[in-house]
Ligand binder design. Structure first.
Ligand code: SF4
Length: 239
């Protein structure tokens, strides 16, 4: 179970997330609304310490209104299982919530138009760990560098949060080397999750966490008061 202990805030969080998802389903903020079948707000455990952020819905996702339900989704679910994580225990969403025609890359103005939904999802779920799947979500928390350089890196992004950059599952399925890298990169996740759960439990008990190497929940993290991308970003290795 990758969630925080139950508390009375859960009902409020649930209501806010349901409201956000309802807004997404009828959103007309950008031209992607015109060709979609269904918008895909995201799904999963609102209490999870980990959130996955992909690029945008594909063919199957557009038909079903759910993220990562096609071939890429099966691959992601299988890879999660291999490291002992159940898909239902995490939250999964995308940078843009409606399918770009012919699965083209989302345009900058579409990413910008949809950005507020992702900001609110991060604020409301408040994950300790954000896993970026592919270039478009990576760019939000890793402003420079290519995915071939950055995949597997874990960065402090402020507010007691870290981001882990990974290839998009669809890219991993196209390229055996990237598939091997994906399989390797995801292995850091159980350790990060254990640290995040310990950090939340310590915080709930009112205990300070030991200073030292950054990890999710480390009190040494500089809070990011302006945006989801922190000027205090730093890279570090997980032992
Ligand atoms: S992609 Fe985002 S901003 Fe554009 S219509 Fe869909 S939900 Fe709205």
């Amino acid at each position: 179970m990758l969630s925080e202990p139950t508390n009375e805030g859960h009902a409020a969080k649930h209501a806010l997330m349901q409201q956000l998802e309802a807004e997404v389903r009828v959103c007309q903020r950008c031209p992607l609304a015109q060709n979609r079948t269904l918008a895909v707000p995201g799904e999963g455990n609102y209490q999870s310490v980990v959130m996955f952020v992909g690029e945008g819905p594909g063919f199957e996702e557009d038909r079903k209104g759910r993220p990562f339900v096609g071939r890429s989704g099966k691959f992601l679910t299988e890879m999660l299982k291999r490291v002992g994580i159940q898909r239902e225990d995490v939250y999964i969403t995308n940078v843009v919530k409606c399918r770009p025609p012919e699965n083209r890359d989302p345009l900058p103005q579409e990413v910008e138009a949809c950005s507020d939904y992702l900001t609110r999802q991060v604020e409301q779920i408040n994950p300790r760990i954000i896993v970026t799947l592919g270039r478009f979500s990576m760019r939000r928390w890793f402003p420079t560098g290519s995915i071939t350089q950055l995949h597997g890196q874990v960065r402090n992004i402020g507010r007691g949060r870290v981001a882990l950059a990974m290839f998009h599952p669809a890219a991993a399925l196209r390229n055996p080397q990237w598939e091997a890298e994906f399989s390797k990169d995801i292995q850091v996740l159980p350790k990060l999750i254990a640290r995040a759960i310990n950090a939340n439990a310590a915080a709930a008990r009112g205990e300070a966490l030991p200073a030292g190497a950054p990890h999710p929940g480390d009190p040494d993290y500089q809070p990011d008061t302006n945006s989801s991308v922190s000027s205090s970003q730093s890279e570090f290795r997980i032992d």
